[in-house]
Design a protein around this ligand. Structure first.
Ligand SMILES: Nc1ncnc2c1ncn2[C@@H]1O[C@H](COP(=O)(O)OP(=O)(O)OP(=O)(O)O)[C@@H](O)[C@H]1O
Length: 234
C-alpha cells in the first residue's frame, strides 16, 4: 500500500556555486534549478557528480554562491534540508549504524517526531514496501550487498523525505539485485536524483545533466544527453 503522496517536487537551486579544494574549482555551476521527478547525473570519474549531490543536502557547503531547497539555504538550514532530502550512498556499509535491521531503521526515526510506539510499525512498513519485510530481524552485516542496499534505502524512506539522492546505487549489485533495485527506484513517488555510470539506469530519467571538468556540459532529456556524453567520453 502506498504510504507517501508527493504532489509537488522540491525546487533545488544552485546559484553561482563553486566548490574549491586545494585551490582548484572541483565544481563550478553558474545556475541550475532542479524540480523534475527523476534527474540523472553522469560524467567521467572525478568530474564532480558526488560533490553536486553532497551540495544539495549540505554535506558539502559551497565555497562560493548559494544552494537552496525550497528556499531553505544549505548554509543555514542544513538540518531542515536533510529532513527533506535523503541520501543513499554507494556503499550501504557507510550508512548503517546498528547490527539488526529494525534497530537501524528505528535509530533513524529517533528524532522524527513519531511517538516511540509508532516507530516499529513505520520501520516494518518501509521494509514491506521494498519487499524485504522478512529481513527485519536479520543482522545487517550478514546480508548480501543487494539486500543491504535495499535496507539502506528503507532507512531513508522511513523518514519520508521529499527528495532522495542516490550516489552510484547499483555498482555493488549483481544483475538480479540491480534489476530489483532499479524496479524499486522506478516505483518511488519521491523526487530522485541519481548519479551513476549505469547508463541504462540513467536512461530512465526524464532529465539528465552531464558534468564535465567540473561544469554542466549538457542538460537535456536522457537520450540526447547520453548520446552527447558518449561523444564527450571518447
Ligand atoms: N575534500 C577534497 N579535497 C580535495 N579534492 C577533493 C575533495 N573532494 C573532492 N575532491 C576532488 O573533486 C573532484 C570531484 O570529485 P567527485 O567525487 O565529485 O567526482 P565524481 O564525478 O563523483 O567521481 P567518480 O565518478 O569517480 O565517483 C575530484 O577530482 C576529487 O578528487
Amino acid at each position: 500500500m502506498e504510504r507517501l503522496s508527493v504532489t509537488a517536487f522540491p525546487t533545488i537551486a544552485l546559484e553561482n556555486v563553486a566548490v574549491v579544494r586545494d585551490g582548484r574549482r572541483v565544481l563550478d555551476i553558474a545556475g541550475l534549478t532542479l524540480a523534475e521527478r527523476r534527474i540523472g547525473v553522469v560524467g567521467l570519474n572525478g568530474s564532480g557528480k558526488s560533490t553536486l549531490l553532497k551540495l544539495i543536502d549540505g554535506l558539502v557547503l559551497p565555497s562560493e554562491g548559494h544552494v537552496t531547497v525550497d528556499g531553505l539555504s544549505t548554509a543555514t538550514d542544513g538540518a531542515a534540508i536533510r529532513r527533506r532530502v535523503g541520501f543513499v550512498f554507494q556503499n550501504p556499509d557507510n550508512q548503517v549504524v546498528f547490527p539488526i535491521v529494525t534497530d537501524d531503521l528505528a535509530f533513524g526515526l529517533k528524532n522524527s517526531g513519531l511517538a516511540k510506539a509508532e516507530i516499529p510499525a513505520r520501520a516494518q512498513a518501509a521494509l514491506d514496501r521494498l519487499g524485504i519485510g522478512h529481513l527485519a530481524k536479520r543482522r545487517i552485516h550478514e546480508l548480501s550487498g543487494g539486500e543491504k542496499q535495499l535496507v539502506a534505502l528503507a532507512g531513508v524512506i522511513t523518514v519520508e523525505p521529499a527528495t532522495i539522492l542516490f550516489d552510484e546505487p547499483t555498482t555493488l549489485l549483481d544483475l538480479r539485485n540491480r534489476d530489483r533495485f532499479v524496479a524499486v527506484l522506478a516505483g518511488l513517488p519521491q523526487q530522485t536524483i541519481i548519479a551513476s555510470h549505469d547508463l541504462d539506469l540513467i536512461a530512465t530519467c526524464e532529465r539528465v545533466i552531464v558534468i564535465h571538468e567540473a561544469r554542466v556540459a549538457i542538460d537535456a532529456p536522457a537520450a540526447a544527453a547520453i548520446a552527447a556524453y558518449r561523444e564527450l567520453a571518447r
